[in-house]
Ligand binder design. Structure first.
Ligand SMILES: C[S@@+](CC[C@H](N)C(=O)[O-])C[C@H]1O[C@@H](n2cnc3c(N)ncnc32)[C@H](O)[C@@H]1O
Length: 972
């Protein structure tokens, strides 16, 4: 169950009469427990309560008590030995009047509320359903409730109006929903005079005939699209002329594009009168079908007096609408609401309704170091100095924040609110607490692909502006200046990778033509807006879609192409936003910080992305990879980073590592302190280690490879075949300790081997396969007895795996006996190479490999050219080699002591034998002393040292020169 479904179930439970006997089970059912689980609890089989309640192991201990005994019962639940023994996370007591509950596993405040209010607290118990989401979601029961209700209405309207489900009409439905949300907010915040004015008008006027609901709403929207003031006086001429019914006249003029019929020209009217920037004090000039046309010279055709698009309402849809109206919309939180509600219009996302949400702390990870920290420092510095405060206020008013993949606008909303907070403090210190804000909403710009999200983003900003006005200036002033809404377009609906960012967010502030589709359908050539940012700063931020190489659609690959990344499709999609951001920065005073997958700062992606931009931008701040936690649904395994870029190379750079901030001179694209050096794969080792090569590749469609059963069958059929079979394996076999087998016939043995029927059959099959396989296979048709590519030597060797699992934390490696064939799913170093073994299985090498190799699922793809050949090792003395050899032997002996345990078993972090761990520790210590004379403090220090050494060792190497050349030429 998702959060919205749980909220609905809890609300339904609370609306029913309280049932003492059934409450504990109904409660558990609301949180997703299945009937079989409940049955066992009911029968007492799994109910472990020792005080007559219901206790579900690892979850909750709850009890219904006699009236007035709630507090006493909660104490009994807390002190019950069974609560502790069975690790109950929650305790809950109720008498049907009051509820008290506690989260024993967290430091959340206890809940004390009336039973009727219980549904407002459902978020508190979400961990019971396995939803360990961020605290703010748990506390946003209003936003989840509203999302659930709006979702029902949306689906019902689609059912009643199937034609609105088409691509052509979806946008109308989206716009309609945005209008509704505005009306609900307005009727609960005194923007409409009279509490619940919108809902009650709809209810009353359609009471006699519910099918009229749509018409009533349409009439209200029509009214809100027409002014009622002229030169400061109430004047209903527009509305009279449009035939607005008297009962709709109590609604104010709202417009600003929200109630205008798509394509209407009211936006233009507003701007033609110089009011696009900043609030309009009056209504727009009269412009209706009457004499008013002549009054202001606006052609009649430009004026919208037609009926806005409103869908048909069934009885059920009407009931849903009125239920939504009952919610306390003044509680809406624009930081959260937008992210949740946007899923309503998205058939694919609806399953995770109420779950997608980027937490405010995560958004601030981007915004604080990007510009907010600096503004706060300047505020601190200004103290009470009026002139400095004034300068800072001017600066803030000219700051533009631009999110090129803004979704429902949460980064913009948070940025706006934070700037308002700083501005309010300035005004307070200057004794101008009630002063009108200088920060124009139009300075918060976004691009978003999805239409509904655009609508919601703009609405969220409008609501945020109103809420800030109420907070800092008081309700009266906020109300006086709120309407009509500003008509300018500042959220563009479109594909950011195909739009010109400089045109949407231009460096200078005059008369800009917005080339993209206007949010509210303003004809394209009309969106000329004076941006209030002349000479100001621009900050680009957001969290664009990450999308790894394989997850991109054809269109998205094409987007990458258009951004000049056609030859770098291995890059995550987010990289294209970084490229566009870097281009933008090169043209104007701006900085950019985007959340992205940490993979763009790892392995091959580094060499594909960073050489293209490091000549123009430098990393001003960055976060070491951290786990992205925006909701329970997509917590899994995504590691992110935030990289902040600007055009200036000087100044202090900040590297955020967990709770620490490291100040450094420069940050490398691998997210460590150090020069922006890029590690390119290379064919030859940069130090004196022995050569590592790929294993042998049969290209045989598995004709020459045998499973263990096939091997036994073949030996049974003809024991002579044994002579032509060798042990065979790759990474899986290193980890599992099992092996496969392969046919291995040298050229001078072919004749004899072909006398053995099962061998001859296999070779013949292989020949057939190669005839129609790829070019290389076809070349080897006549050598079907042999592997296509062989690096095999009849010698002992070191076998190194191609994947480092994300939990094992060691590069898998083992010594193989003579006569073992390594597949190409592993690497080989021939000879007894214990020094190389000690180095390969060290923590230092694993850290390096993780930084410079590509990802493979949750693990790391180990490569000889990427990780081994590039690994910097200081010159080893003979004594160093002796020490490392001893360490390697100790590791091998510690493994041997646990025979037949496999490498996978031995290196399971939960079960790793103590002596093996100790042997690795000694190995790490020995190697690290060679590098530093002591152990490294942490992985960051390890990586920094390795890059420092790498930079020195490759300074004159051909690979480095080639890289520098590539960087200059901008191609990779
Ligand atoms: C990860 S979401 C982030 C949105 C928002 N900041 C949040 O936290 O909810 C990425 C957004 O980018 C939008 N998007 C995807 N590709 C885009 C493109 N090429 N241009 C503009 N927006 C895009 C998606 O529709 C989605 O709303």
């Amino acid at each position: 169950m998702n959060a919205v479904e749980i909220e609905e179930a809890v609300s339904t439970l609370v609306e029913q009469p309280f049932d003492r006997d059934n409450f504990p089970f109904a409660f558990l059912e609301a949180f997703g427990n299945k009937e079989t689980t409940l049955k066992k609890l009911r029968s007492g089989d799994s109910n472990k309560s020792d005080i007559g309640g219901v206790l579900q192991r690892n979850n909750i201990h709850l009890k219904v008590c006699a009236p007035g005994e709630v507090a006493k019962t909660l104490t009994a639940l807390r002190e019950s030995p069974a609560t502790a023994r069975l690790k109950a996370k929650f305790i809950l007591a109720t008498d049907g009047e009051t509820i008290e509950a506690e989260n024993l596993a967290d430091d959340d405040e206890p809940i004390v509320c009336s039973y009727a209010e219980f549904s407002d607290h459902f978020g508190y118990f979400l961990p019971l359903a396995g939803i360990t989401t961020v605290k703010q979601i748990r506390e946003s029961s209003f936003d989840i409730k509203a999302t659930g209700r709006l979702n029902r209405l949306y689906i019902e309207l689609l059912k009643d109006n199937p034609e609105w489900a088409t691509a052509a009409r979806r946008e109308d439905l989206n716009h309609f929903m945005a209008r509704l949300i505005f009306c609900f907010f307005a009727e609960d915040t005194d923007i409409f005079h009279g509490k619940g004015l919108f809902s009650s008008t709809v209810e009353q006027m359609s009471a006699g005939d519910p099918s009229k609901t749509g018409e009533v709403i349409s009439e209200l929207f029509r009214a809100m699209n027409l002014p009622i003031r002229h030169e400061g006086k109430i004047d209903y001429r527009h509305r009279d002329a449009a035939g607005i019914r008297p009962w709709a006249n109590v609604f104010p003029y709202v417009n600003g594009g929200l109630f205008g019929k798509p394509g209407s020209a009211d936006v233009l009217v507003g701007m033609a009168n110089g009011k696009a920037n900043g609030k309009a004090g009056n209504d727009p000039p009269l412009a209706s079908h009457s004499h008013a046309d002549e009054d202001v010279g606006v052609p009649r055709a430009n004026v919208d007096v037609g009926a806005p698009s409103v869908p048909r309402f069934s009885r059920i849809a009407r009931a849903y609408l009125l239920k939504i109206g009952e919610l306390p919309w003044q509680k809406i939180n624009p930081d959260i609401f937008g992210s949740m509600i946007q899923a309503v219009a998205d058939d694919e996302e609806r399953g995770a309704l109420g779950m997608h949400y980027t937490s405010v702390p995560n958004i601030l990870k981007v915004l604080n170091p990007l510009f907010l920290d600096d503004l706060r420092a300047k505020l601190e510095e200004a103290g009470d100095n009026p002139r400095k405060l004034l300068n800072l206020r001017h600066r803030i008013a000219r700051i533009r924040v631009f999110d090129p993949a803004c979704g429902s606008g949460n980064f913009l909303v948070i940025a706006y609110k934070q700037l308002r907070e700083i501005e309010a403090e300035i005004n307070r210190r200057r004794g101008e607490a009630e002063r009108k804000s200088d920060i124009p909403l139009t300075n918060f710009r976004g691009i978003e692909l999805r239409h509904f999200s655009c609508e919601i983003a703009r609405l969220a900003l409008i609501i945020a502006e109103y809420q800030c006005d109420v907070l800092y200036r008081g309700q009266q002033l906020a109300l006086a200046e709120f309407l009509p809404l500003e008509a300018a377009n500042w959220i563009t609906c479109g594909n950011a990778l195909r739009l010109d960012w400089l045109s949407i967010c231009p460096p200078t502030g005059k008369a800009v033509k917005n080339r993209a589709d206007d949010l509210f359908e303003t004809p394209l050539d009309q969106a000329e807006i004076d941006f209030a940012n002349e000479g100001g700063e621009t900050y680009i931020c957001g969290n664009p879609p990450y999308l790894g190489a394989k997850k991109k659609s054809k269109e998205q690959s094409c987007d990458m192409d258009l951004c000049g990344l056609g030859s770098a499709q291995l890059l995550d999609y987010v990289a294209a936003f970084i490229i566009k951001g870097a281009d933008f920065i090169s043209h104007c005073k701006a900085s950019i910080a985007l959340v992205s997958t940490s993979s763009i700062c790892q392995g091959e992606q580094v060499s594909l992305l960073w050489p293209r931009i490091l000549d123009r931008v430098s990393i001003r701040f960055a976060y070491a990879p951290f786990k992205w936690s925006n909701s329970a649904a997509n917590n899994a395994g995504v590691y992110c980073t935030v990289v902040g870029l600007d055009a200036e190379s000087g100044g202090v750079k900040k590297l955020f590592i967990g709770d620490q901030v490291k100040i450094c001179d420069s940050i490398s694209p691998y997210l460590v302190s150090g020069l922006p050096v890029i590690c390119y794969p290379t064919k030859n080792q940069i130090c004196q280690l022995e050569k590592m090569v790929m294993g042998s590749n049969p290209v045989d469609g598995k004709r020459l490879i045998l499973s263990h059963d096939e091997y036994c069958e073949m030996i049974n059929e003809d024991s002579g075949s044994r002579k032509y079979i060798l042990k065979y394996g790759g990474t899986d076999e290193i980890n599992s300790g099992l092996n496969r087998w392969c046919i291995w016939v040298s050229d001078d043995e072919v004749k004899n081997a072909m006398d053995i029927p099962p061998i001859a059959r296999r070779i013949a099959n292989c020949r057939e396969y190669r005839k129609t396989a790829g070019r290389d296979a076809q070349k080897a048709v006549n050598r079907a007895h042999a592997f296509c590519y062989s690096t095999y030597q009849d010698e002992v060797f070191l076998n190194v795996g191609k994947v480092i699992g994300n939990t094992t934390k060691f590069v898998p490696a083992t010594l193989r006996e003579k006569g073992y064939v390594s597949s190409d799913a592993a690497f080989t170093i021939y000879g007894i190479r214990l020094v190389e073994f000690a180095i390969i299985v060290s923590t230092l090498h694993r850290i390096w490999a993780e930084a410079v190799s590509g990802r493979l699922g949750n693990g790391t793809r180990y490569g000889n050219t990427t990780a081994y050949n590039t690994f910097p090792v200081p010159v080893l003395t003979e004594q160093n080699k002796v020490d490392l050899t001893r360490c390697a032997e100790e590791i091998l002996l510690a493994r041997e002591a646990h025979f037949p345990a496999t490498i996978a078993e031995l290196y399971d972090p939960q079960k790793m034998p103590a002596e093996l761990r100790a042997a690795h520790d000694r190995n790490d210590e020995t190697l690290e002393r060679i590098y530093l004379g002591r152990r490294f403090k942490n992985d960051t220090e390890r990586l920094e040292k390795l890059f420092e050494l790498y930079t020195k060792m490759t300074a004159h190497a051909p690979a480095a020169k080639k890289a520098a050349k590539r960087r200059k030429g901008g191609e990779v």
